[in-house]
Design a protein around this ligand. Structure first.
Ligand code: PBG
Length: 329
């Protein structure tokens, strides 16, 4: 008789045993909640392509942030949705000390001083062209070095308003070093940089661009965001971001890029983050609404897989739901 004496199933036999065996544990400490903000008062404007996610006016975002803090979420990432009338070629509004983002950072810090605030650095929410860098008026090219001063001014303005973590999401060459130098020269050596190190030119950002009305007016982002087919190129970006002074490296999107996350974790001694982006969120929500999948279980499985791949932290629109879920159990 065949002696079947090696039995992995012993280690899975019941809930208690599985708890003991669990290698990866997702907690609320791992999660960063992205939030969309709008001008006005008493506004909660749902994002159609992201069920459960809305744009909040300043008065209401403070309430939302307090609620998140009480649920154990310790970091939020803020994205302003601006009226087209204040967008221009050079993203001038991005450095306005009285801009929507800057005012919101101050409101949140007044009301909930321990909540960490992360802010995005890229021109697109402020740009009439919908690009992350300056568009050359003659050729349509995205100008790299000319954009760096704008990004640094934006980062400085966010740091001055009270942002804890600057997140350059623009993928211009040299931006991390340029921003670091600007922050340091102005006395903001404590302000962190979480670099979007490997940010891919992905089709998963659609719902986010709906939320901010920030889609490119012409062309695409392929001359600055990475080709989804490439991994070695991500390793090169790691080296550059480390040398330029990043504090945390990020991969974006997440779920189709777990190999990039795993490789990044292997290659760096810096903390690694992933951005579970809008399209990934929308797919789960849409299928769950149809009753085709269990949305809650799928989202937890996805987020656990980020941690298994090596992530130290995850930006995810599921953060609040997860936190509510964890608080229940
Ligand atoms: C801005 C930015 C984008 C996202 C985060 N920062 C969009 C883009 O690059 O077009 C996408 C986030 C998401 O899809 O959830 N540069």
């Amino acid at each position: 008789m065949y002696l079947n004496n090696i039995r992995p199933r012993r280690n899975r036999k019941n809930h208690a045993m599985r708890s003991l065996m669990r290698e990866t544990i997702l907690t609320v400490d791992d999660l960063i909640m992205p939030l969309f903000i709008v001008e006005g008062k008493d506004q909660i404007i749902p994002v159609d392509s992201m069920p459960g996610i809305s744009r909040f006016s300043r008065d209401l975002i403070v309430k939302e942030v307090k609620e998140l803090w009480n649920l154990g979420v310790k970091c939020v990432s803020l994205f302003p949705a601006l009226d087209d009338s204040i967008k221009d070629r050079l993203a001038t509004e991005s450095k306005n000390p009285n801009g929507l983002l800057q005012k919101t950072i101050k409101d949140i810090k007044d009301a909930c001083p321990d909540m960490l605030i992360m802010t995005d650095v890229a021109m697109d929410p402020y740009s009439s062209d919908g690009h992350d860098g300056i568009v050359c008026e003659k050729t349509g090219e995205i100008l790299n070095d000319e954009t760096l001063d704008i990004l640094s001014a934006m980062a400085l303005s966010q740091a001055q308003a009270g942002s804890d973590i600057i997140g350059p999401s623009d993928m211009m060459d040299g931006r991390v070093g340029h921003i670091r130098e600007t922050l340091d020269s102005e006395g903001f050596h404590k302000t962190q940089i979480m670099s979007y190190t490997a940010k891919y030119a992905s089709a998963f950002y659609g719902p986010f661009r709906d939320a901010l009305d920030s889609a490119p007016k012409a062309g695409d982002k392929k001359t600055y965001q990475m080709d989804p087919a490439n991994l070695t190129e991500a390793l090169r970006e790691i080296e550059l971001d480390e040398a330029e002074g990043a504090d945390i490296l990020m991969v974006k999107p997440g779920i189709s890029y777990l190999d990039v996350i795993a490789k990044m974790k292997e290659r760096t001694n810096l903390p690694v983050a992933a951005y579970n982006v809008s399209g990934e969120y929308a797919m789960v929500k849409a299928a769950a609404e149809k009753g085709w999948i269990d949305g809650e279980a799928v989202s937890l499985e996805m987020l656990t897989s980020f941690k298994r791949a090596g992530c130290d932290m995850i930006l995810t629109y599921f953060a609040k739901e997860c936190a509510i879920n964890f608080a229940k159990n």
